[in-house]
Design a protein. Structure first.
Lengths: 568, 568
C-alpha cells in the first residue's frame, strides 16, 4: 500500500478534503510504527525519514506532471540534512519534574518548528527553522499536561498543542511574540488510544493524539470506523481535527469533525473543561462548539466521545463529465438541494481533472459517491445521475459497484492520497505548489469563482511569470453553497519561494475577503490567515472570544498568535 | 382552521417539539392579525383574548381527558381579569427619546411578565404578576434597539429580549436581581419581515421578531418554507428560536434551529455582531454557534439568513405499534443508525399514545414520516417499516400517502397543535399539566427512562396524591441517542400548583442530572433550569462564557439571571 501512496499514477492535489478510501472503505493505512523512536518523521516534509527523496518514481511522476503543465523545473535539489541545520539554542530547559518527557534534541525541535504548508516545507527543505520550540514535551497522560500548563503559565512560556503537525496555516509554528520567555510544543502523540467503545450508541472515547490510521485500526478491531478522512489522515489527529474544525470524508451533511462530537474533554490553565456525553442538547451555548475551532488557544484537547459506525455495506460511485465547471456547479447545486446526501460530491474543473487523471482536460468531472451501512444506494445514485443528465452531464464508463481499475474515481482517489508526498518532490524541483479553500453561497459563486481565479492567475503571472496554473474543485457542498478548493502550480524561483507564495496568497485572500467568502472552510486560521480572519469575524464576537480566552487562560500562554494577537 | 386548533379531537401534549403540519406541509396558520392593537394576546395564557375561556368544547374535551385518566378535577375557575390585577407601579419611565415606542400599560406589562410554562400560566391565571417589566419597548428597527441598549447600560436597567413570549423556562421573566434599577422587555414584534429571499441558494434574510405563521406566509408567497415547526410555532419567533436553540419539525439530522443558520446579526451593548453569510466555514470558533443558545445574554438578535426550501412534493407517513416503549426504542435506534433520515420519528409510550388518540393505551406507537422536495420516499419508508417489522412492530391501518382521516398520525398531529390551548383549560380545572425533556445516549436510555420515570411518579404521588400520570415520547433521535420528552398530568391543589410543580420539577431534574442527561434538549435554560444547568456545564466553560459576556455586555444588563447569575 505504501508504494501506492508514494507513487501515484496521476498527479497532485493538496491538503484538505477527504474521501481517500480504499474499496473496503478505509484509507490505506501508512506503515507507521507506534513506538517512539523506531521510525522518525522527516524533519522537513511529509512522511517518514525512510521515505526520503530522491525517489526515482516520484521524480519521474513529478517531471511528467510539470512537463504536461508546461512548468519549467530545476534539477532536483537535496534537502538540507538535519546535521547541517543550525537551530538557535533553547532559551529555557524543562523543569526537573518534566525532564523525563521533554527533549530538546535537534530532530524533535526541527520537526515541531513548522507545519506542512508549502512555505513550511520549503523552509524545512532549506533548513530554515527560525522558530523552533525550546523543547518538545511528550506527556503520557493528563496529569503531565496539567503540570506543563502550570509551568508555562508560571514561567510565561507559550504552550503549543501539537497533534500530527500537519497544519497548513501556521497553527503549530512557535511564532509567539516577544512577550514570552520561550515556547514549547506539547506533542500529544503518546495519547493515542481508543479508550472505550459503546457499540449500542455507536460512539467511542478516543484520545486526542490518535492519528487517523491509529484510531481506525483500533476501531476496526471492533468492526467500527470514524470515517473522517482528511488528506492529512495518515498523520493528523483527533484532537487536531476538533481544534481546527477539520473537514473530512463526507461531502454533505456531516462535513466537519464537530458534527461527529458527543463530548469533548480539554485541559485549560483554569482546569478541566469536559462536557457531558450527549447525543444532542440545547442547554445554552454549546461548550463543544466553543472548543471546536479554538485551535489550541483555550486549552489542550485530551479526548472526545465521537460517533462511529460500521463500515458501509452498500457503496456506489460514478464520474460524470460536464462541458464546463460552471455547468457542473449548477448540477451540483441541484444535487445538494435535493436532499440526496451523497458521501462524495467533488466537482473538479477541467485542469484539476487532468491533473489527477480523472479527465483529459477537456471537461469538468463530478466524482459522485453514495454509501450506507444499512440499505442499497442505487436509487440515490440513479436520481443523482438523472439530475446530472438534466444538466448535460455524461457518465463516464466504469465498472459497477466498488469496481477497481483505471477509472476517474480511482484516479482521483489515488492522486488525493499521494499528493502530500508528491509535493515534497515538487519542492525539490522548484515547483510552487499550494492550495487555498473557502466557501460561498451559490448565487455568488460564478462571479466569486471568476474573480478569485482571475486574482490568482494574475498574481501567479506577476510573481512567477509564465507557466502558472490555477485549478478548482468543490470539496464539500451544502444546500446553500459549495466549498471551492483551489490548487496553484507554478514555476518557483529558488530561494524566493516563500516570498513568492506570500505575494500570491495576499492577492487571493484579498479577493476572497472582498467577494464575501470565508478565509477557510476547513484548513483553520492559524497564524497565516489572521489578517483576513480578523476582517471576517464580527468585532463584538472577537471581543467575546478574547474574553472567553482571558477567563480560562489568564496568562495568555495557549498558542499565542493563533486567532488572537499574543499577549504583549 | 382555528376551531381545529382550539378544540382537538384528542388530548394534550406540551410545548416543544415539532412536526405539526397540515397535509400540505405547513402548520395551520393562526388567525393572527399583524397590526398592533387590533387583536390582543391573552394577558395570562395561550392565544388571543377572544379565545378566552370558558369554551364549552375545550371544557368538554378536558373533562373527558381527565375522566379517562382518572384525574379529579374542580369546577372551572375563571382567570383573574386584567382589570382586577394589581401590578407594582413601574420603577422607571422610558426616556423621552424612547417614549414613542414604549408603554407601561397594564396589558403590556402583564403579558410580558411571564412566559408560558405551567407555573407561568397558573400565575397569570391567578393574576400573580410579581415581576412585570417596568415598561415594554417595541422598537421599529435596529437604531431604536441600539438606543434602548445604551440607555439600559447607562441607567443599569435589565434589558430582556422578548420574541413570542413562549419561553417555558423563565427566559423572559424579569426576575433580574437587586443590582438593577429596573427591567424592561424589548418586544421584537415589529421586526417581522422577510427582508430578502435568495432562491438560488435557497436562503432568506428574516427579521428576528417574525413569528412562525408570519414568516411562513411571506416565504410561501415565493414558494418556500423554513419548515421549523416547534409546538409554539404560532407565536414564537425566529430570534427566539436561535437564542434558545429551539428544535422543530425534523426529528433527525437538522434538529435544532442553528442547523439552518447561514449567518446571524445581533446588537450587543458593544456593537453589531454580524457574521458573514456562508454555507459552511471552519474559521475559528463559530460566531453563530456562540449566539445560538445565548438566550438574550449577549445581545438582541435582529435578523438572520436561514436555509429555506420548497414545500416537500413527496411525503409518506405511517404509525407502527410496539408491545412496549422499550421495544419501540430499540427499533428507533436501528432506524436512527440506518441513515434513513426520517423527518418524523416520534415514539409515544402507551399512555401518551392513548392521550393523543394515536393508540388505545395498550401499546407504544411510532409515528414515522419521510418527506422530500425532490424524489419519492417510498423506498425509505419501506426500509424503515422493514426495520420495524424486525422489532415486532405492527403497522396500523391507514390510507396511502398524505391520506386524511381519523388515524394515529393525524390524531397525534392535531393533539400536538391544540395542546397549549387545552392546557389553559386544564389549569382552570385544577389539573397540573407540564412537560420536561432531555437527551441521553442509547446504551443508558433504558435505565435512564426507568429512573426518571420512577422519580417523576414518586414525586407526583407525594405531591399530588393519587391519579398522577407520567408519559414519555421521543421528539428527536440521533444515531447515538434519543431526546425523551415527558408529559406530567395530575390533580393539583388550587392555589398550590406552583409549589407542587416546583417540587416535582426538583425531583425529576435531580434524576436527569444524576443519570447523565441534559437538563434541556430544546426548551433552553432560562431561569428555571439554572441549578441543574450549572451542574451540567463544565466550570472552565462557564468562566469562558462569563468572560465572553463581560466583553460584549460590560454593564451586565442583557437578560440577567439567565445562564449566569445577575451582576450584583
Amino acid at each position: 500500500m505504501r508504494t501506492r501512496l508514494v507513487v501515484t499514477r496521476a498527479g497532485l492535489l493538496q491538503h484538505g478534503d477527504g474521501v481517500a478510501t480504499t474499496a473496503a472503505g478505509v484509507p490505506a493505512p501508512a506503515n507507521r510504527l507506534g513506538a517512539v523512536g523506531v521510525r522518525r518523521h522527516k524533519h522537513w516534509g511529509w512522511g517518514f525519514e525512510d521515505q526520503q527523496l530522491p525517489s526515482g518514481d516520484a521524480h519521474a511522476l513529478a517531471s511528467t506532471l510539470a512537463t504536461r503543465l508546461g512548468i519549467k523545473t530545476w534539477d532536483l535539489e537535496a534537502p538540507v540534512a538535519l546535521e547541517a541545520v543550525h537551530l538557535a539554542p533553547p532559551r529555557l530547559a524543562p523543569p526537573a519534574a518534566l525532564a523525563e518527557i521533554s527533549t530538546s534534541d535537534e530532530h524533535a525541535r526541527a520537526s515541531h518548528a513548522l507545519g506542512k504548508s508549502y512555505t513550511d516545507v520549503v523552509r524545512g527543505f532549506r533548513g530554515r527553522f527560525e522558530h523552533p520550540p525550546d523543547f518538545v514535551a511528550r506527556p503520557r497522560g493528563e496529569s503531565e499536561i496539567e503540570r506543563l500548563l502550570e509551568w508555562c503559565a508560571s514561567e510565561r512560556v507559550a504552550a503549543i498543542p501539537f497533534g500530527g503537525g500537519t497544519s497548513v496555516v501556521g497553527g503549530v509554528t512557535p511564532i509567539v511574540g516577544a512577550g514570552y520567555n520561550g515556547a514549547i510544543s506539547i506533542d500529544l502523540g503518546a495519547l493515542d488510544r481508543v479508550l472505550e467503545v459503546d457499540p449500542v450508541s455507536r460512539s467511542a472515547r478516543i484520545q486526542a493524539g490518535a492519528s487517523g490510521p491509529t484510531l481506525e485500526r483500533q476501531l476496526g478491531e471492533q468492526g467500527l470506523t470514524l470515517r473522517h478522512f482528511p488528506q492529512s489522515f495518515e498523520f493528523s489527529t483527533l484532537g487536531g481535527w476538533i481544534a481546527t474544525r477539520a473537514a473530512g470524508h463526507f461531502a454533505t451533511v456531516w462535513t466537519h469533525m464537530e458534527d461527529f462530537l458527543e463530548s469533548v474533554r480539554a485541559l485549560t490553565p483554569a482546569g478541566v473543561w469536559a462536557s457531558r456525553r450527549l447525543p444532542g442538547s440545547g442547554a445554552g451555548v454549546s461548550p463543544d462548539r466553543m472548543l471546536a475551532g479554538s485551535e489550541g488557544t483555550l486549552g489542550v484537547i485530551t479526548e472526545a466521545w465521537v460517533r462511529v459506525q460500521p463500515r458501509p455495506q452498500h457503496r456506489h460511485s460514478a464520474a460524470v463529465r460536464f462541458a464546463s465547471f460552471l455547468l457542473g456547479a449548477e448540477c451540483v447545486r441541484e444535487i445538494a438541494q435535493a436532499g440526496l446526501h451523497p458521501s462524495n460530491c467533488r466537482l473538479l474543473d477541467a485542469g484539476e481533472a487532468r491533473l489527477t487523471s480523472a479527465g483529459d482536460g477537456s471537461h469538468a468531472v463530478l466524482v459522485l459517491g453514495f454509501e450506507s451501512t444499512d440499505h442499497p444506494v442505487d436509487a440515490s445514485i440513479e436520481r443523482a445521475l438523472e439530475i446530472c443528465a438534466g444538466h448535460g452531464g455524461e457518465v463516464t464508463p466504469r465498472g459497477g459497484q466498488a469496481a477497481a481499475g483505471a477509472d476517474a474515481v480511482t484516479s482521483w482517489r489515488e492522486a488525493f492520497l499521494g499528493a502530500p508526498y508528491l509535493r515534497d518532490t515538487l519542492v525539490a524541483m522548484g515547483v510552487l505548489s499550494e492550495t487555498f479553500e473557502t466557501a460561498i453561497t451559490w448565487e455568488r459563486f460564478p462571479a466569486f469563482h471568476e474573480r478569485v481565479n482571475a486574482a490568482a492567475t494574475q498574481a501567479l503571472s506577476e510573481v512567477c511569470g509564465e507557466g502558472g496554473h490555477v485549478f478548482c474543485r468543490f470539496t464539500h457542498v451544502y444546500p446553500d453553497g459549495p466549498a471551492p478548493y483551489f490548487t496553484v502550480l507554478a514555476p518557483a524561483r529558488r530561494g524566493e519561494e516563500v516570498e513568492q507564495w506570500q505575494a500570491v496568497k495576499r492577492a487571493v485572500s484579498d479577493a476572497i475577503e472582498a467577494e464575501g467568502g470565508t478565509i477557510t472552510h476547513h484548513h483553520a486560521v492559524g497564524r497565516d490567515h489572521r489578517p483576513w480572519y480578523d476582517l471576517q469575524r464580527p468585532e463584538p464576537f472577537a471581543a467575546a472570544l478574547r474574553g472567553a480566552k482571558g477567563a480560562v487562560d489568564p496568562a495568555g500562554v495557549m498558542n499565542p498568535g493563533v486567532l488572537f494577537d499574543p499577549a504583549s
